[in-house]
Design a binder for this molecule. Structure first.
Ligand code: ARG
Ligand code: ZN
Length: 893
């Protein structure tokens, strides 16, 4: 049942127009679909095969007449259609059952309101269609429903007519002037209220912006609206891309598989990425709302105006749009160091989750070659690695060159469904003298080769010649049985520092003399091995390589403590300052993890004085942003450390990290107190980058102070944390206090959690935090799994709501290694139970959870055997969805 990229064939038919009429009823919705089709003259004459899924077919008319058809599997096949290139009118009448739709794909009901989710292949659950992105049509949509139950009726485009019908029903008719693929279709019907804003664009055009939510949530929509306005302004200013619609709508639903969906003119969002208020949302939530609103809005051009030819090209729209939303967030953050903070966060996600994916059983190229279930390919590789590929192009052609490339991309392809090759070609063609154009074919291996390249760097200083030579090699090993990998094109942004931290001027030695490179140079590594030499270097320098993480690779270089300290204290590239600290801490931790020990929890890890001193200096540097300090003082995560090891003992990793954390708390105790005093009062609440950073650092300080207190038995700081968990005027401070308590002081944590529940039991998104926090508590004596099992019996818990399921189950299985990886295997048994339960309810969510054991082969015993048994149990289930089956099969091979 595998779909292969090489099998792509253009459609035999085009659908020029679609006229849909819905009689909306939760039990049985009737859908009348009138299409005008014509044969694709470039393709031999073939029957029309329309996709369908879980539909009840009532009638088929061809040019107004009854016609013969058959059902083959899920497809509706018409083989007797007139030949020739005359248009054909096809009328199909079906029904579906939205209230029974727990997959949340197609048409479903959430809290009494109808929503749709059609990407990737949900439209076929609404009507028979050529449900593939290269078939683009003009849609007209009529919605009919009870006026009392569904006062708001929305679809894509412009509202052209509305009015009352008999029997208390009413209707609305919508027309979308833009051709679009079926995955961008949407409808919403229910009781909703909207925040509205009229804006005038640069060209004088008026637009109506609306954010629709359930009554009662309106006051939580201001940030989403501000983010939407900022997105519109940003896309126009930085990319020259204006809003092309009269009306742009965002609608929030609490039952949603993903973050949000870019349906043309009618974006549908998970409430998590729309609703935000000081009282209920953290700074991270506010930032996520801004970023996701931006992401979906930017899809209007990169995704909707130019879409994907087939689903193998998914990264064409997702990689590019993630790149754009990352840049948007950076531009919104403002200062250079705030930009760096965002970059560090993005890289952290990439290296922890995407590098792991690329090294495990679900590894796939940015442009995959085959899939069983496309929904399994909405991955960090397609999104985040895809964004890095776009970022490298940006680096290779520069900002002005990239904008030229985007312009050419739209000139060539606006209104089309295209491929990743088309995109790369446009960027390169607009910059014929760039290294991208020079190395385009090998560069495109980033799309075709899975796996993370490793780059080894070593430097040689020649005191006689006063030269410094860097020697770089790259390698990418293919899994057994796959063809050898070829060299990638890797932009390595670099600088050199003197031992005292001063930047070294770069005089690049070339065949015809010397080239002045200022203080930074981008080396384009395109062979498996390259050398580069700089002259006029009076002393051995410290190399600062891969600045701002200029390529998604693993860099190996053996820097000693002196070099790391120089970089951490002085590098002009803030990313590499952070990176030096991480490398240093990582080395200490990995050494300790590998040390001989009897019990996994023996933790003789010692935090070196020198590293402590260097970190202290960072904390005391007045010019540095609080957010940056917080990141530098965050030790590499357990999941990231696991990724660095060939054999993973999760309890050992946990013990070592906990021990170092404890030492950081103690060794920097006075600094934590000072930082707390300086930062905990952030004044009137504003979720901007600067004040968020202050709250983050104050939160870290409070955590460290409570951690230290938990060892000395002293009660002041836990008391303060408890107070803050009660009295904070914003959710960030409140949550950070709670977090400190659940990690360090069980009795107060229990009291604070009970209070928190009482206060927020009517706020679904806050309850998610409450569940999630309890599933993230570090394991003491195997007590967390039973606590989670207990919480599943809580009246507020339900597996049916994806956010709620994620908050409890995914947090335990993905974000709390020490509680999940139990020596008795009970964590894996729990995981198997939940995958099986979700499989019957919501295959997409189940398939996500199924990935928690991706890295099981690297686990030490007894974990590995237990994990294998759990995987086997899932695999042996009879009614496994193809989503879950694909994941489990790959995990087991
Ligand atoms: N295109 C949406 C977004 O980026 C995600 C939709 C995912 N849908 C799915 N069925 N996997 O932003
Ligand atoms: Zn997207």
């Amino acid at each position: 049942p595998e779909v292969r990229r090489q099998d792509y064939a253009p459609p035999a038919w085009w659908i020029d127009t679609v006229d849909l009429t819905f009689d909306l009823d939760p039990a049985k919705t009737r859908v009348l679909n009138k299409m005008r089709l014509r044969r694709n003259p470039d393709v031999p004459v073939q029957p029309l095969r329309l996709d369908g899924d879980s539909l009840n077919l009532a009638r088929v008319l061809v040019n107004g007449q009854g016609a013969s058809f058959k059902l083959e599997g899920q497809q509706l096949v018409l083989s007797q259609l007139p030949e020739g290139d005359e248009a054909v009118e096809l009328e199909i009448f079906t029904t579906c059952q939205p209230e029974k739709n727990t997959l949340l794909s197609g048409l479903f009901v959430s809290q009494g309101t109808f929503f749709t989710q059609c990407e990737a292949e949900g439209f076929r659950r609404i009507t028979y269609f050529l449900d593939r992105p290269d078939v683009m049509s003009i849609y007209s949509v009529t919605l009919r429903a009870s006026k009392a139950a569904y006062p708001v009726l929305l679809s894509n485009g412009n509202l052209v007519e509305q009015g009352d019908l008999d029997d208390g029903r009413h209707f609305a008719r919508w027309h979308d002037p833009f051709r679009k693929p079926s995955y961008l279709f949407a409808l919403v019907a229910g009781t909703l209220v909207a925040r509205e804003q009229a804006i005038r664009a640069r060209n004088g055009k008026e637009h109506l912006l609306q954010v629709y939510v359930r009554p009662g949530d309106l006051e939580k929509t201001e940030h989403a609206m501000q983010s939407l306005i900022a997105s519109i302004v940003w896309d126009e200013t930085r990319f020259g891309l204006p809003l092309d619609l009269d009306r742009f709508m965002i609608v929030a639903t609490s039952d949603f598989n993903m973050g949000a969906m870019e349906n043309k003119g009618l974006n549908i969002f998970n409430t998590k990425f729309v609703l935000a208020s000081q009282a209920t949302a953290t700074d991270v939530d506010f930032a996520n709302v801004e970023s996701v609103v931006g992401h979906e809005y930017f899809h209007n051009w990169t995704g909707n105006r130019i879409t994907c030819r087939d689903w193998f090209q998914l990264s064409l729209k997702e990689g590019l749009t993630v790149f754009r939303d990352q840049e948007f967030s950076m531009d919104m953050a403002g200062s250079a160091s705030a930009r760096a903070v965002k970059r560090i966060e993005d890289v952290r996600l990439l290296r922890t989750v995407q590098f792991a994916e690329d090294a495990g059983p679900q590894a796939h190229p940015v442009r995959p070659d085959a899939y069983q279930e496309i929904n399994n390919f909405y991955t960090v590789t397609i999104y985040e690695k895809g964004a890095e590929v776009v970022r490298m192009m940006h680096t290779l052609v520069g900002e002005a060159g990239f904008q030229r490339g985007m312009k050419l991309y739209f000139e060539r392809h606006d209104g089309q469904a295209v491929t990743c090759d088309d995109f790369a070609q446009a960027i390169a063609d607009a910059n014929p003298d760039s290294p991208l154009a020079q190395h385009l074919e090998p560069f495109k291996r980033w799309y075709s080769q899975a796996g993370t390249p490793h780059v080894h760097a070593s430097g040689h200083y020649d005191s006689e010649q006063q030269t410094y030579t860097l020697h770089l090699t790259q390698s990418l090993t293919a899994p057994p049985g796959q063809p050898d990998r070829q060299a990638a094109v890797i932009p390595v942004k670099l600088g050199l520092l003197q031992a005292d931290g001063q930047p070294v001027p770069l005089w690049l030695q070339t065949d015809d003399g010397e080239q002045d490179c200022g203080h930074e140079h981008t080396l384009v590594l395109h062979q498996s091995e390259q050398r580069i030499t700089f002259g006029r270097i009076p002393q051995p320098p410290v190399p600062s390589l891969l600045r701002s993480f200029s390529a998604p690779v693993v860099l190996h270089q053996s820097l000693d403590d002196d070099a790391l300290e120089t970089l951490l204290q002085h590098d002009s590239d803030p990313f590499n300052r952070w990176e030096a600290g991480q490398q240093w801490a990582q080395r200490v931790m990995l050494e300790a993890i590998r040390q001989p020990h009897t019990e996994a929890t023996d933790a003789p890890a010692r935090l070196p004085e020198r590293l402590v001193a260097a970190l202290r200096q960072i904390l005391r540097e007045p010019q540095l942003d609080a957010a940056f300090k917080d990141l530098v003082l965050t030790l590499p995560s357990e999941n990231y450390l696991a990724e660095q090891l060939d054999t993973v003992d999760p309890q050992r990793i946990h013990a070592v990290r906990q021990s170092l954390q404890q030492q950081l708390a103690q060794a920097l105790h006075d600094d934590w107190r000072t930082l707390w005093e300086q930062h905990h009062d952030t004044g009137a609440y504003r979720p901007d980058a600067h004040s968020s950073g202050r709250r983050a650092l104050a939160g870290k300080a409070l955590f460290m102070l409570c951690l230290h207190a938990s060892h000395t038995g002293e009660g002041i700081w836990p008391g303060k944390a408890y107070q803050q968990s009660k009295d904070a005027n914003n959710m960030t401070d409140r949550f950070n206090a709670l977090l400190a308590l659940v990690h360090t002081h069980q009795p107060l944590a229990e009291a604070a959690l009970a209070r928190f529940h009482q206060q927020f039991h009517n706020e679904a998104l806050v309850l998610d935090k409450w569940f999630s926090l309890q599933a993230s508590v570090p394991d003491r004596q195997g007590d967390i799994l039973p606590a989670v099992q207990q919480l599943m019996q809580h009246p507020d818990f339900t597996l049916k709501n994806p956010n709620r399921a994620r908050s409890l189950i995914f947090t335990l299985c993905n974000a709390n290694p020490a509680a999940f990886h139990r020596a008795d295997g009970a964590g894996y048994q729990f995981w198997a139970d939940q995958v099986i339960a979700l499989n019957g309810l919501n295959a997409q969510v189940a398939a996500r959870l199924a990935r928690s054991l991706d890295a099981w082969r690297k686990l030490a015993e007894p974990y590995r055997s237990h994990a294998n048994a759990a995987l086997q149990r899932v695999a042996s289930q009879k009614n496994l969805s193809k989503d879950v089956r694909e994941i489990i099969e790959k995990s087991r091979t």
